[in-house]
Design a protein around this ligand. Sequence first.
Ligand SMILES: *Cc1c(COP(=O)(O)O)cnc(C)c1O
Length: 357
Amino acid sequence: MSPMFVPGPVDVAPEIMAAQSRPMLPHRAKEFEAIFHRAADKSRALFGTQSRVLLNAASGSGLHEAAVRNFVHKKMLICANGAFAKRWHDVAVSNGKDADLLDVDWQLPLLPEKVAEAVKGKGYEAVAFVHNETSTGLMNPAQGIAAAIRDASPDSLILVDAVSSLAGAEMQMDTWGIDFVLTSSQKCLALPPGLSLAAINDRAMDKAKTVENRGWYFDFVRLETHRLKDTTPATPAIGLIYALDLQMDRILAEGLENRYARHKAMADCAASWAEAHGFGLYAPEGYRSHTVTTLMNTPGIDMPALKAFLLQRDTRIAGGYGKIKDTTFRIGHMGELTLADVQTLLAAFEEFMGKTR
Ligand SMILES: *Cc1c(COP(=O)(O)O)cnc(C)c1O
């Protein structure tokens, strides 16, 4: 099997697949509680937090809903420069929240001063944004944005979607002053889909206790009560917890700095290849994602033919997403992939382009 270059779900290492097929344990068994505790505890390093990480069976979108239900009575702001932040806004509105949208050009980063201007004096209970926009291949300057929100609106909780960056790019939620970070298993963590991870600090947890109608399944207060006993209110995704426990060992053995550098090197390689071969890059320099590259199809290559050509080599890339679906395509370079894998893919692109020229 050749690796695939889509921004989730990504290839999973064979030993992680094997870990999932170990015999089930009842989730109230002491043996399972120990694994559950370990897995969550180790994952805190990825978030850069001393606070808790809640594990729940869901994809990341479940936590978009959980965040608005737990942290907001009424009024919040979502800052959007891509499709996933737009979705978070839809989720907030469909949960009856009074959610404003700061709608920024998709080819521009969220700039701290713009965000500060949008939050000042508005009394937002929470301000949400996406760290790494998987649609546009743009990584927002999370540290600067968080600092600007803290400064302009100290009482607003800061909520961050790090679905396609966590475990592939640095996140320091405690020192950057972020209150809540959500992610899911099938992107840079390189696990199968189905597990969501939420890091929540005490400030956010205290706010949740005051919010009504948090729901049941994703009630962070209920989940926290159970977490303190190393369990969950409902049946956890047992196999995925086994997998996370082992994957965290593999990630920590690689070293976080090395892992982030590996992702950055793949991004740099994809970007310089694109520029050398006449493809525009959708995201501006300085804000390009380390985990996914969005290329504009400037040379007008036949995308269905390219995809078919790659499939013959047992590999895949991703098309565009959202409103830029037809004009862009994406190379996901996250999880277990290496620079050599990306170089092999780019060589295949060249072969294809040589054939069709
Ligand atoms: C994939 C993705 C999501 C959606 O996550 P699911 O786990 O598919 O629900 C949300 N935000 C970003 C930035 C993503 O890349």
